[in-house]
Design a protein around this ligand. Structure first.
Ligand SMILES: Cc1cc2nc3c(=O)[nH]c(=O)nc-3n(C[C@H](O)[C@H](O)[C@H](O)COP(=O)(O)OP(=O)(O)OC[C@H]3O[C@@H](n4cnc5c(N)ncnc54)[C@H](O)[C@@H]3O)c2cc1C
Ligand SMILES: *[C@@H]1O[C@H](CO)[C@@H](O)[C@H](O)[C@H]1NC(C)=O
Ligand SMILES: *[C@@H]1O[C@H](CO)[C@@H](O)[C@H](O)[C@H]1NC(C)=O
Ligand SMILES: *[C@@H]1O[C@H](CO)[C@@H](O)[C@H](O)[C@H]1NC(C)=O
Ligand SMILES: *[C@@H]1O[C@H](CO)[C@@H](O)[C@H](O)[C@H]1NC(C)=O
Length: 493
């Protein structure tokens, strides 16, 4: 019998002075920053949490500056029931950015097929007249899904974690939720009794503006997207990325501006210490690279690992071997133009008669953009008002490819800023979901994006991984993948 690896001493020490855990997070977007925050919350104040970031803190939450004001170029809107995001903003003392009213229209390449008016009752009446009961059915469907999804906050508050996205979804909405990640949105809606016309004229434009894709994306992400089209939305004053830098600071995380280039397992024999070696280049801003190798007990990868995103991480020495995950990320180009909107393009030769702040589009061949909207800066002063279309304003255009001409603006514009995002997964309806535990103590956050990509989804995944890592570290199996949680939580209270 070999006792080499578990001497009585290591046991002794782990009782008297538990080995301090050394965790690291790769990526400082909202997912990685929130993970650092939750790791700190669960592992206590003594551990050092290293966070690697190769680019800017915030990741896909970013702003560009136009004419002395900043505008969101990536993730911009947050739902009022996104409770983690809400809690972060509260704890960080940040403020909600007030929304400035503006009307929306849907353009089919030739005409505006749907126009919002000033009069709520008239809009309701017109929707009813045009689509019948479809929009009520849709509203109820989205609400039911949201209600089930919100169970996650209770589970997490009680400390429960899940070892996979499937387990997590199953505990919230049973096999129905998992099925929703596999079947097209359009099928689910037709089955629900939503009319094809409503799908084409309302649902499709919403999918195009939120995910750059059509109604064949899975029903679950479709529901996430529709929740983001309701009217109780907000954003963070000063820019959503302030949440990321704020969380890192509050977590007292050790931010390393470096690209992690490889990850490998290190087997030391000690039970607790199946550690992970992260190699990175530190000091990329100086001449010459400093090669660093750091050993960690826990590593959380909080960046997509698909080839199209180029996280640049190589996995070495794992059995079975794994590499980049299959699938692709969808490119969406955000073009922020300071200038005049060419309202003739939408059939309004006189810009003074153009009443819309944002225009969504149906899926029409040859239409080169998904949406265009007049946007507000991240800091809104009290006297702020939206610019009229006859004035120079700031517009954001989403398109699948860079715009080769500034079609949408009249002859003159002041500036154009282009950000090409690997924005969210290309959603096929028959892809599986990614694993959360890639290897003991090696966790992957962005698999949740295959179910739905949003700031809150990354935050939910961050809390789940911090809890999971904590329970694994402490060998608390009764807090992972438990069934019938609704019932258990009731009886715990
Ligand atoms: C145009 C656009 C609009 C969107 N609109 C919304 C919206 O309105 N509402 C909403 O909720 N969501 C929206 N989203 C989605 C949302 O922005 C993302 O789901 C979310 O920001 C993802 O955060 P993350 O931290 O998981 O990933 P990321 O923000 O991608 O963070 C990953 C980080 O890891 C870093 N990194 C990568 N590889 C390495 C490495 N090897 N070493 C070190 N660091 C590395 C990257 O630089 C990056 O900063 C939108 C996204 C886009 C692009
Ligand atoms: C989900 O799909 C499975 C397999 O197709 C099926 O057995 C199950 O009943 C479905 N669940 C729901 C809630 O529709
Ligand atoms: C929707 O997008 C998918 C994938 O890009 C594509 O195959 C399909 O033809 C598109 N159109 C419809 C109506 O589903
Ligand atoms: C914008 O808002 C943030 C958060 O409230 C604040 O810290 C920052 O100073 C503001 N910037 C400007 C230019 O007003
Ligand atoms: C504005 O749009 C109209 C209609 O598409 C087009 O004919 C015109 O050339 C555009 N103007 C500019 C300056 O691009």
């Amino acid at each position: 019998v070999s006792h080499v690896h578990s001497s009585p001493f290591s046991h002794f020490f782990s009782v008297i002075a538990p080995v301090l855990c050394a965790p690291a997070v790769v990526g400082a977007g909202i997912g990685g920053s929130a993970t650092a925050h939750f790791l700190r919350q669960h592992f206590g104040s003594e551990v050092q949490v290293d966070v690697f970031e190769k680019g800017a803190v915030g990741g896909r939450l970013a702003t560009v500056t136009v004419n002395h004001n900043d505008y969101e170029s990536g993730g911009s809107i947050i739902h009022s029931l996104n409770l983690h995001m809400q809690e972060f903003v509260k704890q960080l003392g940040l403020k909600y950015r007030r929304s400035v009213a503006g009307k929306t229209a849907v353009f089919n390449g030739e005409d505006m097929i749907l126009e919002e008016t000033d009069w709520y009752l008239l809009d309701l009446f017109r929707l009813w007249w045009r689509y019948g009961i479809s929009f009520i059915r849709l509203q109820m469907w989205v609400e039911e899904i949201m209600e089930k999804f919100m169970r996650i906050y209770k589970y997490q508050a009680h400390g429960y974690a899940f070892s996979s996205v499937e387990e997590l979804l199953d505990s919230l909405g049973g096999s129905g939720f998992i099925n929703m990640t596999r079947r097209p949105l359009s099928n689910s809606l037709l089955e629900l009794g939503v009319s094809q016309r409503f799908i084409d004229e309302v649902i499709e434009p919403v999918m195009r503006v939120n995910y750059g894709q059509n109604v064949s994306i899975p029903a679950f992400v479709g529901a996430v997207s529709l929740a983001g089209a309701q009217n109780n939305l907000w954003a963070v004053e000063g820019g959503n990325k302030l949440v990321c830098s704020g969380l890192l600071k509050m977590a007292n995380a050790n931010l390393l501006q470096a690209q992690v280039s490889s990850i490998s397992p290190v087997y030391t024999g000690a039970v607790h210490r199946s550690r992970i070696l992260a190699t990175c280049n530190l000091g990329i801003l100086q001449s010459g690279y400093k090669h660093h190798k750091n050993l960690y007990d826990i590593v959380v990868l909080a960046t997509p690992l698909q080839a199209s995103v180029r996280s640049g991480i190589r996995f070495q020495g794992f059995t079975p071997a794994f590499e980049e995950l299959p699938g692709n990320y969808h490119s969406t180009v955000a073009t922020i133009v300071h200038g005049y909107l060419n309202t003739s393009f939408f059939g309004f030769p006189d810009p003074r008669l153009f009443p819309f702040a944002s225009v969504l589009t149906t899926e029409t061949l040859d239409l080169f953009f998904n949406s265009v909207a007049s946007v507000c800066p991240v800091n809104i002063s009290t006297g702020f008002r939206r610019k009229q279309p006859q004035e120079a304003g700031v517009y954001k255009v989403f398109s699948p490819q860079p715009l080769d001409k500034i079609f949408l603006t009249s002859q003159s514009y002041y500036s154009v800023q282009v950000t090409e995002w690997q924005a969210y997964p290309c959603y096929g309806s028959n892809q599986g979901l990614s694993p959360v535990e890639l290897h003991p103590n090696l966790y992957y956050l962005n698999g949740i994006e295959l179910a739905g990509s949003a700031m809150e989804m990354s935050s939910v995944a961050a809390k789940n991984i911090a809890l999971l890592a904590y329970h694994r570290w402490n060998r608390q199996t009764d807090m992972v993948d438990q069934k019938d949680l609704m019932h258990r939580i009731k009886t715990e209270l």
